[in-house]
Design a binder for this molecule. Sequence first.
Ligand code: AHR
Length: 658
Amino acid sequence: MRKLPVTKLVTLICLLLTMNGLSQNHVMTVNLKKIAARVEPTMWGIFFEDINFAADGGLYAELVKNRSFEFSKPLMGWKIMKPDTATGVLILNESEINSSNPRFARVSIHHGEPSFGLSNEGFRGMGIKNGMTYHFSALLRLTPGSNLKMRIELADPKGNVLGSANLIPDSGTWEKYQVNFKASSTEMKARLNIWFEGEGSLDLDMISLFPDDTWKNRPGGLRADLVQLLAEMKPGFIRFPGGCIVEGRELETRYQWKKTIGNQESRKLIINRWNTEFNYHLTPDYFQSFGMGFFEYFQLCEDLGAEPLPILSCGLACQYNSAEAVPLEQLDPYIQDAMDLIEFANGSGESGWGKIRAQMGHPAPFNLKMIGIGNEQWGEQYIERYKVFAKVLKTKYPAIKLVSSAGPSPSGKNFDFASKELKNLEAEIVDEHYYSKPDWFFKNASRYDGYDRNSYKIFAGEYAAHGDKSGTAETHNNWECALSEAAFMTGLERNADVVHLCSYAPLFAHIDAWQWSPDLIWFDNLQSYGTPNYYVQKLFATNKGTDVVPILSEYKPVTGQDGLYASATTDQNSHEIILKLVNSNSEDRQVKIVLDGAKRLSKKASALILRNSDLKSFNSFRNPVAIVPIENSIELKGKLLDLSLPPYSFSVIKIKQD
Ligand code: AHR
């Protein structure tokens, strides 16, 4: 009798059982002999934008808000603690001498007047940790004949002192003073008080407080717990600095990278566009200090082993807001900004902009390979501008890949127009955005199966499922949203020949200062946690493999048949077969997986499973681990895996092969 191949045999048995109503078995076959696509090392990355206090008040670990008195209201965030008789504080503006940082505070105490203080509230309070060293610094200048002394204190909301230091300025010209002290207790909503005594006047600027435990212990650096969460994702790239922040509500407030490098005190603060974006979420104290600027973004990419992907203004302000456009014949400075950025990142330490990078402490190039022209732009006005950029940039820097925009939505008139035009222009990578209901994500798991293989590559540059928003912000990142993203991402992975970069958006949100939800990571002044969506991203990124192999059910990709979704890769380095399986049903599903063409396999497979029987469940500060991957191991029967996929689950299964 002729022997049936194992695949066919299992299919036949399952078919017979199902016909008899005995089982709900599914059979999927992984064809290990066929490489369907290579997975780009950049496949799973990060989208960073200073929205929801992601940079100032978040990743950038500065604790003092409005440290240089440059907010529209110069004393916003500051409180004067003075007895009635004290002369107080005057805000002076020296714009002719220092146009980037013109304002400073002059504190004066006249003869016989009592001492008084200035108090900073931080970014919705300051998170202070017991035993941690804090680094206070300020630019100070005494006016002639003055003898003011300072006492620096951290205090809890009741006024209890948590740590303090004294500082005696002695210079009549601007000088940076520093003093360190330890905190004696942990407090989420501390304040910084600066008490003055003596006689005369003292000028203060760039008043700053940093914890010692920044990422890599860099002075004036980034919040370590937040970077750690990013590092654990092993991102292939970081897109920065946005998002709409790139464009500005008007051209004047667009992101200009050159104004974000060099000394901190020379980085000109501007309003953050999210300050006024949503009437129901006004954030009047949201500005961009650029403490985290382009140098720091490149450095972060290097730290995390991620490719930098800067997105630059294309000469169009946000088309949802002012929609101001730079006339085509006046685009030169914008294009020059892009070229200068390439030199800043890649030029030798002798080149004009490369020298500035070297002076900032990074003589080696950052090895920039891609650049985005415009954020979420659309219409004729975008295409016209993109063309001008592409012509110049591709002539001067042919090796730098250009990312262009397909607009804010993944379908419709603007999308179709952009797709057609960009295809004709032989665009290299096109940035598509999707913020939709979970249902859209489930239904679109096959979105890229039919995409043109002879056209541009896809950057799934911003996506997130937006579901039920009736509860508190944390509930917006519910399991249903994350599960639908996992289903959709199996489709991105299956089409890795077309899809080269993907990033969830937005990345961070401060629980007391957010404007947009859902977000990947929530934080307060002391803690942070990954949402279920974060763990979905992390599971894909840390188990991406090197090659896509087909996984089929009844000869078709698994894109929602009976609520199941699947993709498969192999990893040439770790010699693993990696399966990603989503069960979107409220009951479990029995799945037999045939590893066709497998070489010698280990006896056990390892499984990482994200699951929750309640689609409304979510992670929170109270319970940050409600939905986190659980590890398991599964026996293999030769080349056969017998799986029971739990209800509402996303599983990553890894099998070692020789
Ligand atoms: O991710 C939040 C915003 O969504 C981005 O700034 C913008 O590009 C998109 O509209």
